[in-house]
Design a protein around this ligand. Structure first.
Ligand code: ARG
Length: 462
């Protein structure tokens, strides 16, 4: 049986089931690299303040480096009896280098150790997520630029509302993602704070130098209060809420891709590489990727709720409850990285059915607002113009024709102010080109927005 570090205090061994129940090693072993990086920095700091000798430090660093390699090679024997990643690695170190290994834990506790590990780990993952997020943004911007002139119906209430350009629609998605990116950058400031040195809760009686450790580990700031340092998981909740909002956005994109790739819309065709077929219906090509991303949004929301509830009402300082922070956090990270990656890969391969989009934009009296605006420019008050156009639309519904199909005589029966120039504004091009202001749908504005986006992302403009 493995001897526990606390065996001195205990007379009875841990119940076998309790041992398995309380262990976290099955999931927290993913922190091993960061645990070792943290331990090495701690050992160097202890040496810096003369608690360890240079020779002892070298032994510890070499031992830990070997352990890291053993784990990477899959040769490490993880033991549930040793509870977690921290005690597994420490025990192995002692096994390897003897009594010097027993000195590593001087002036720290697993409480500040684990809080440090998660932050180090999350900091690296945030960088990977930023990369994927930027990749998706770049893909979107490319497609938006390509489709700056593509006409489609814009919707409100999922009813055709006004014509827009597809590029403009895609840039709306970009804005959501840019906000997500900013939220993540902001969250990183709180993640990158060092709890180490708080020890169990009250700090330590050794003359430690937390600034030295923080510098070694690249932390921007040091947790100011030892009680808060070991118990704070706000950073995980913040990350999780960033993730929930991002997944909400991806679920909205997904929903549109699913609708648009249906036979009824036929606005886009998803690439075969991102779809699957049906085992029974030979004609089917299912938009699995966006459907799954839409579905996975649920678990990310769930993890946010888990973390909030985990921390609710917890008294200071560390409680074992906090061990439950890892699985939701890890799954959030995995889900996010996977969803971003598959979206960034899929987007450039989408085939845009420009003709179908255009045809769809032609129905539903989509330029009715433009006719009203036209009358306003001729001196009619907007509400009166709105009413006149409403009557013209009703006439068209009964005559089963489009506004642009009305003769000038018929138009003039609704308002004598309508002239031959009306036909120009009733076209889809006329309608989108007319919306030519900052943030508008006109192709020239889409191109300008694309350039601004590239600058906002620090990309060299084309
Ligand atoms: N496995 C623990 C966790 O994830 C590490 C800290 C344990 N601390 C303690 N006092 N039991 O939170």
């Amino acid at each position: 049986m493995t001897e526990k570090p606390w065996s001195g205090r205990f007379t009875a061994p841990t119940d076998a089931f309790v041992e398995a129940f309380t262990a976290s090693v099955n999931f927290d072993q993913r922190l091993y690299q960061h645990d070792i990086i943290g331990s090495i920095a701690h050992a160097r700091m202890l040496t810096h303040v003369s608690i360890l000798s240079e020779a002892e430090c070298t032994q510890i660093v070499e031992g830990l480096t070997e352990i890291k390699a053993e784990i990477a090679r899959g040769e490490f024997n993880w033991s549930v009896a040793l509870e977690d990643v921290h005690m597994n690695i420490e025990t192995r170190l002692i096994q390897k280098i003897g009594v010097v290994g027993k000195k590593l834990h001087t002036g720290r506790s697993r409480n500040d150790q684990v809080a440090t590990d998660i932050r180090l780990y999350l900091r690296d993952e945030i960088e990977l997520i930023q990369t994927e997020l930027t990749r998706l943004l770049i893909a979107l911007i490319e497609v938006a630029e390509r489709e700056a002139d593509t006409l489609m119906p814009g919707f409100t209430h999922l009813q055709s509302a006004q014509p827009i350009t597809f590029g403009h629609h895609l840039l709306a998605w970009c804005e959501m993602l840019i906000r997500d990116k900013a939220r993540l950058e902001d969250c990183l400031k709180r993640v990158n704070t060092m709890p180490l040195g708080a020890a169990a809760l009250a700090g330590t009686s050794y003359p430690i130098d937390r600034h030295y450790t923080a510098q070694l580990l690249g932390f921007d700031t040091i947790a100011e209060n030892s009680l808060d340092a070991v118990s704070d998981r706000d950073f995980a909740i913040e990350f999780s809420s960033f993730a929930a909002i991002l997944m909400m956005h991806l679920s909205r994109f997904s929903e549109e891709l699913i609708l648009w790739s249906s036979a009824q819309f036929h606005f886009i065709e998803l690439n075969d590489a991102f779809c699957t077929g049906s085992s029974i219906m030979p004609q089917k090509k299912n938009p699995d990727v966006p459907e799954l991303v839409r579905g996975k949004t649920g678990r990310v929301y769930g993890h946010l709720m888990s973390l909030l509830t985990l921390m609710k009402s917890q008294p200071l300082a560390y409680n074992k409850d906090n061990q439950e922070d890892k699985e939701p956090l890890f799954d959030t990270i995995d889900t996010l990285k996977g969803s971003l990656r598959v979206f960034a890969d899929m987007l450039p391969t989408i085939q845009v059915q420009r003709e179908s989009m255009r045809t769809a934009a032609q129905s539903g009296f989509i330029t009715a607002t433009d006719l009203a605006d036209y009358l306003v420019r001729k001196g009619v008050a907007f509400r009166d113009a709105y009413k006149i156009v409403g009557e013209a639309v009703r006439y068209c519904i009964e005559a089963d024709c489009d506004l642009a199909a009305l003769s000038l005589d018929t138009f003039q029966s609704f308002s004598p102010l309508i002239d031959n120039d009306v036909y120009g504004i009733l076209t889809l091009e006329g309608a989108v080109n007319a919306r030519c202001h900052f943030g508008g749908t006109a192709p020239s504005q889409v191109r300008a927005a694309v350039q601004r986006l590239r600058e906002r992302l620090g990309m060299t403009t084309k």
